[in-house]
Write a protein of this length. Structure first.
Length: 180
C-alpha cells in the first residue's frame, strides 16, 4: 500500500448517490445538489449534510421539510450546474428546465425528471456538523423511466455511475426487513 494524504481520505467513502434536495420557503421553490447523504436505518430515515453556506438551508430550517430527488446519469450536467450556482440569484427550476410536481405531504416540489422523490420532514439538526436528520413521509418512483443508473460523487470533481447489480438477496435474507 502507498500513503494517501489525509485530506483526500473522504474521497474513499464519499460515493453516496448524488441527490437534488428541493425546498419551499413560503414564497419560492429552490433546489440544491447534495452528495453527502446516508440512510440511517431500514425505515425511511436519512441524513444530509448542509449548512448556512447553502441558500436552501434557511428554508430547510424554517419549514422543516424538503424533498430528496434522485437524478440519473443523464442528468449529470444538470446536477453539477445546480450545485455550482446560487438560488438567491437564479430560479434553478427555470434555468435547468426542471418540471415541478406537487408533493402530497410537503410544500417543496417533486422533480418530474428524477427517477425517484422522497418527501421528508426534518427531525433533528446537528449544527456543529451540519447534519440534517430527515424522516421520509412519502416516496415516489418513476417506474417507466428507462435510465435508472444513479450518480456517485467522488468529491474531486469526478463521478462514478451505477453499474452491474450483484444479487445476494437469498444469502442476506435473515438480515433484510420483511417486504424488501
Amino acid at each position: 500500500m502507498e500513503s494517501l494524504p489525509l485530506h483526500k481520505a473522504f474521497t474513499l467513502i464519499e460515493p453516496g448517490p448524488v441527490t437534488l434536495v428541493t425546498t419551499h420557503d413560503g414564497h419560492r421553490d429552490n433546489v440544491m445538489t447534495i452528495t453527502w447523504t446516508m440512510v440511517l436505518d431500514f425505515s425511511a430515515s436519512f441524513a444530509i449534510t448542509t449548512g448556512p453556506w447553502n441558500y436552501s438551508y434557511a428554508a430547510l430550517t424554517k419549514t422543516k421539510e424538503c424533498v430528496i430527488a434522485l437524478p440519473t446519469v443523464d442528468m449529470l450536467d444538470i446536477a453539477v450546474g445546480i450545485g455550482t450556482c446560487c438560488g438567491r440569484e437564479v430560479d434553478k427550476f427555470e434555468k435547468f428546465g426542471l418540471t415541478r410536481a406537487k408533493a402530497g405531504q410537503v410544500r417543496a416540489p417533486l422533480i418530474e425528471q428524477c427517477l425517484a422523490n422522497i418527501e421528508c420532514r426534518v427531525v433533528d439538526i446537528v449544527k456543529p456538523h451540519g447534519i440534517v436528520v430527515l424522516q421520509g413521509v412519502a416516496a415516489w418512483l418513476d417506474g417507466d423511466r428507462k435510465e435508472r443508473r444513479l450518480l456517485h460523487a467522488i468529491g474531486d470533481g469526478t463521478f462514478v455511475v451505477d453499474g452491474r447489480k450483484c444479487d445476494r438477496r437469498e444469502m442476506m435474507r435473515s438480515k433484510l426487513p420483511d417486504g424488501v
